[in-house]
Design a protein around this ligand. Structure first.
Ligand code: KG4
Ligand code: ZN
Length: 332
């Protein structure tokens, strides 16, 4: 059998990433995170594009070197088509097109959110179809019924902010640096999750809403800081633990409802927020309680990476689903 060796490129936001996969196994997974955005408290799109341009060649070179293969051994180039920042995506797309043209090999377009979900197939024990995936990132919060590699149905999603945004904006209110999710996770470990109460925007559907909890954190801070200017510093761990616990409760309540409704027993998580230690623990516990099988991608495949683009590309390669040179990026 012929080997299928794929170069994958991800440049949708602030990580320039390249990976090499052979027959669906990761040979190299290189991520260059753009730390320059930190001082602005969020991603600056134009800066992201320029940094992708500076980084992309050496990131791809590093991936080829790590995988110990030459470019002539590649069978296809897969890249993130969207959703993402248009200028950032353009850098990855242009590079992929030129590289594929130069090598005379096919191009494969990959949907960033599908790739997050398919990251579960980088595991030794992947989920079985159909499975339910809670997809949680900086821009998305979705409950997806995954019927096949490319056949997915969105059962519910956020009607306002994404949960990653709720983490990041909450962290910003607490004076923590960007990106706030990992900082909240770290502080929460030493805190009491019962110390403060936050509301749940319960819905009759599988949809989510995170704008209310964010506002309630703001009001809590404003009210208490009047009486004690050191309120945040003195309660940082408890605030993070309580806020995080409520966000996770909101995610898992919908997930549980959807699992019971669909009667699907393979449950997965995906996306940057699935790196959250408390969410990972709680998901395992929920699945144990209900006799479900939990699937959690390895930490390095949760936040943005190119290995997930590569695995999605691998299955599209097998399906003969190639793109032409007219492929253009999309933002949403
Ligand atoms: O998937 P991702 O890397 O990029 C997007 O496609 O958006 O997700 C980034 C999001 C950010 O909001 C970040 O704060 C969040 O994932 N995140 C976390 C953790 N690690 C990353 N949120 C909570 N706990 C974490 N440990
Ligand atoms: Zn992502």
């Amino acid at each position: 059998m012929q080997n299928i060796t794929i170069l994958a490129i991800e440049s949708s936001c602030d990580d320039t990433a390249a990976a090499i996969l052979r027959n669906g196994k990761v040979l190299a997974n290189i991520v260059s995170s753009q730390l320059d955005h930190e001082k602005y408290g969020g991603v600056i799109p134009e800066l992201a594009s320029r940094l992708h341009q500076q980084n992309i060649v050496r990131v791809v070179q590093a991936a080829l070197q790590k995988a110990e293969i030459s470019k002539e051994e590649l069978n296809a180039v897969a890249f993130t088509q969207g959703p993402g920042l248009i200028g950032a995506l353009l850098v990855g797309i242009s590079f992929a097109k030129a590289f594929a043209l130069g090598l005379n090999i096919p191009l494969i377009t990959v949907h960033h959110m599908q790739a997050h979900i398919l990251a579960n197939f980088l595991s030794e024990t992947p989920p079985k179809f159909p499975f339910l995936c809670l997809t949680v990132s900086g821009g998305h919060t979705q409950l997806v019924l995954v019927k096949d590699f490319m056949e997915m149905e969105i059962l519910g999603q956020t009607i306002d902010d994404a949960v990653g945004e709720a983490f990041d904006k909450g962290a910003k209110m607490l004076g923590l640096p960007y990106p706030g999710g990992p900082m909240v996770d770290k502080w929460a470990k030493q805190g009491n999750s019962q110390a403060f109460r936050f509301p749940d925007a319960e819905t009759n559907t599988f949809d989510f809403s995170f704008s209310g909890i964010k506002t309630s954190l703001l009001y809590l801070i404003q009210k208490n800081i009047k009486e004690n200017p050191h309120f945040i510093q003195e309660n940082m761990a408890d605030l993070c633990a309580s806020y995080q616990a409520q966000l996770i409760k909101m995610l898992l309540s919908r997930l549980k409802k959807a699992a019971k409704y669909t009667k699907v027993s393979d449950i997965a998580i995906a996306g940057g927020v699935s790196a959250n230690s408390e969410l990972r623990t709680r998901l395992v516990a929920l699945c144990e309680e209900n006799g479900w099988q939990a699937h959690i991608p390895a930490f390095e495949f949760c936040t943005d990476n190119a290995a997930m683009i590569g695995i999605a590309g691998h299955y599209k390669y097998l399906a003969g689903d190639f793109a032409d040179m007219m492929a253009v990026p999309f933002t949403r």
